[in-house]
Write a protein that binds this ligand. Sequence first.
Ligand code: FES
Length: 365
Amino acid sequence: MSLNGKELEMNTMDVLLLMGDADSTREDCRRELEKGGYRAGVAGDGRKGLALIAKERPRVAVIDLDIPGMKGMEALKEIAGIDPAIVPIVLTGSGSVDSAVESMKNGASDYITRPFDPHALLESVRRAAALSESRKQSAGQAPAADRQTMALKGLELLGQYYSLGLDKRDFLGELTRLENEAKRHAETVGNIGEKEKLLRDMLEQLNLVDEIIAKYDYDKSTVLQIMLEVQTRLNWLPGHVLRWISRRLKVSLSHLYTIANFYEALSLEPVGTYKIEVCTGTACHVRGANGLNTSVSALLGLEPGQTDADMTFTLTNVHCLGCCALAPVMKINDQYYSNPSTRDLEKIFESLRREKKNDIAVENA
Ligand code: FES
């Protein structure tokens, strides 16, 4: 629980080592840090470690992902909530690219694998302590998001990339690839020109996909469930999302396209929240389907096969909805409408727009 009672005695510490009591590396790390001029404290349990961090506010926390008492990844997330100026470093005996990426996403400034190299640890702690200082200084007087500020953020990201053993070309190559995918996505959804929004949307989508993949433990045998869940959340499977799943799970892209083409529940085209099917079959045709089709098209500003810009409505024509007695008929998701007037259509669309807005508000609450 304590090493020489250190965490109980200290009022301040530079570095907290959050590693199991039985972990022999912990003492080696502490010794090296103290030789390097850092005041180091220790904790052998996740919860106690977080309590100590909240009390002592060290500049750096070195965390073993296999810490007793809680998941190391959870501890990483909680540290940012305690004090964003505390910079975590992960030290692990079971390193993998996925856990390195997840650690970085959860705020780790570095990812060191065992057996630890004392010089690498000291260098990493030195960088993290400097970063912590600069965060403290800029807290409360955050500079405007100007070119220099963004360049600093870029440098920080580049440093994280280097720590994964990747180089600048990988970093820029990946960014360029993602931006190109965003442009292709913009062309697909007919939304060219709003670059910033497009990248933000794409980032949100890829984060969501990551959450879903993590829920299924990165298990490639669950790829169909993952795709179905993404489909439910996004209403379709954009190309950049399939490429992301392919890279994350190391499954070939062609395999994902085969699955997407095979299952009717999966769509490679953008589909709005509400899929409107206007029947143009014979029975509906003779009873006024053309008029219904024209009214729906005019009210939504859509041609059959199109989806509106905010992904609310998709308009399609079908040959028979199997309820010819109701002709002319249209279907929205699972609901059938028989011969609706233009006024009825206005009310229906308005109420669906309201419903979607409320759903989004509830989701964001
Ligand atoms: S033709 Fe329209 S429902 Fe059958």
